[in-house]
Design a protein around this ligand. Structure first.
Ligand code: GDP
Ligand code: IMO
Ligand code: MG
Length: 426
């Protein structure tokens, strides 16, 4: 099965993947990099993951597929941090595709230089070098994990890579790259990364042949997808479920049940259109109750009402089978709850988000209002514990997005999860 984000990221994917991982034989990341930030709460311990698959906390075999861009220094820092928290991360529990492109310090530099030079037009990236690293991948200039075992013959590749980057850097008034210093950095980190390097496509294919359960873990969300999202305010990878196949080396039927993780309201970090964004007390309240601060950059997340137009579109383009509806508890105590059911644009009514950025910014949401609930849903672990109005809200959402609810989440804690339809049984 495959877990993906159904909005602009931070829907609670990490919590749900950790919960499901107890029944999976393997958890595999297939796109993105350490721009992701997942918070997992298990009893008194809180784990923050960026690059490592969320299954690592349970000790489930974790795989980083070829579709991920890998920063070796971020990898080392994350493994050291989690090891200090008591987790065991070894080549037996973690495998990294030997074909993963590397994120180098020059990518991070370029990401920051571009953002700083863009003023009001900036994307609001995580500045982790994700975009520049993917550009070099498709530009056929990337240094990959397997190259770390052949550093003595790296010069012809560096010629191509540095010629490209030096030209870009010159445009920003930056000095050329110090080739020897970069090689030295790579030499220092090579063995650490290589201990985990494997032809991961073999691992996933063998697992599949033996009938093992593979859980594919997406990062970001469909609205940040480079094709289907709010372009150009997106990340640089395909975040939809189909990428699970290309990003690990399995055929197109790999995805299985597609679980879209969807928050009971909407948040977004960084720039870009957000039709249901709230600038009032309710937006403030959602941010506070939901603790909406980015795991990676600490930035405040923008908050707004649930947008059924966007989620319906996400579920359609990503082929979502069922959703996990998270953070329902954050809506507790509101008198009224609004759901966006359509958009108005220049006298027209739309049932989808238009493609052009200016039109995306100009659409006005059409709302339906339903009564809220005063009881607490926080920590509910069964459908029977939910107030009737909360159930009504969930049912209306299902109707509007044309997709059924498979799970409901009612707190950050692993076990505060309601199973409605088992994604593994399909
Ligand atoms: P991800 O990037 O999709 O994995 O999501 P993040 O971890 O970045 O953000 C989700 C945040 O909400 C985390 O701090 C979680 O601990 C928290 N969270 C997840 N599910 C729930 C829930 O049902 N209720 C509440 N209140 N918090 C939740
Ligand atoms: P998880 O996996 C939320 C956003 C950034 C920015 C845009 C491009 O935790 O849901 P990038 O650094 O990828 O080039 O930034 O994408 N972004 C995320 N927003 N959650 C994430 O990951 C994100 N990863 C990237 O804020 O708007
Ligand atoms: Mg996150």
């Amino acid at each position: 099965m495959t877990v993906i984000g159904g909005q602009w990221g931070d829907e609670g994917k990490g919590k749900i993947v950790d919960w499901l991982a107890s029944r999976a034989d393997m958890v595999a990341r297939f796109q993105g990099g350490h721009n992701a930030g997942h918070t997992l709460v298990v009893g008194n311990e809180t784990y923050k993951l960026s690059l490592l698959p969320s299954g690592i906390v349970r000790g489930t075999l974790s795989v980083i597929g070829n579709g991920v861009v890998l920063d070796p220094w971020a990898l080392k820092a994350e493994i050291e941090k989690l090891t200090a928290q008591g987790l065991s991360i070894t080549p037996e529990s973690l495998q990294i595709a030997d074909t993963c492109p590397l994120i180098l310090p020059i990518h991070r530099d370029l990401d920051a230089l571009r953002e700083d030079a863009s003023g009001k037009g900036k994307i609001g990236t995580t500045r982790r070098g994700i975009g520049p690293a993917y550009e070099d991948k498709v530009g056929r200039r990337a240094i990959r994990v397997c190259d770390l075992a052949h550093l003595d013959s790296l010069d012809p590749q560096l010629d191509r890579l540095l010629a490209h980057h030096d030209a870009l850097r010159a445009g920003f008034g930056e000095p050329p790259i110090d080739r020897e210093a970069l090689k030295e950095q790579l030499r220092e980190i090579a063995d650490f990364v290589l201990q985990f390097a494997k032809p991961v496509w073999i691992t996933v294919n063998e697992a599949r042949a033996r009938g093992k359960r593979i859980l594919f873990e997406g990062a970001q969300g469909v609205l940040l997808d480079v094709d289907h999202g709010t372009y150009p305010f997106v990340t640089s990878s395909n975040t939809i479920a189909g990428t699970a196949a290309a990003g690990t080396g399995l055929g197109p039927s790999a995805a299985g049940f597609v679980l879209g993780i969807v928050k009971a309201y909407t948040t977004r970090v960084g720039s870009g259109p957000f039709p249901t964004e709230l600038h009032d007390d309710i937006g403030q309240r959602l941010g506070e109750r939901g603790r909406e601060f980015g795991t990676v950059t600490g930035r405040k997340r923008r908050c707004g009402w649930f947008d059924a137009v966007l989620v319906r579109q996400s579920c359609a383009v990503a082929g979502v089978t069922g959703i996990a509806f998270t953070k329902l508890d954050v809506l507790d105590g509101l008198d009224e709850i609004r759901i966006c059911t359509g958009y108005k644009l220049g006298g027209r009514t739309l049932g989808h988000l238009p493609a052009h950025a200016a039109e995306q910014a100009a659409v006005e949401p059409v709302y339906e209002t339903i009564e809220g609930w005063q009881q607490s849903t926080a920590g509910a672990r069964s459908w029977a514990q939910l107030p009737a109005q909360a159930i009504k809200y969930i049912r209306r959402v299902e109707e509007l997005i044309h997709c059924p609810v498979a799970l409901v989440s009612t707190s950050p804690e692993r076990e505060d999860t309601i199973l409605v339809r088992d994604p593994f049984s399909d």
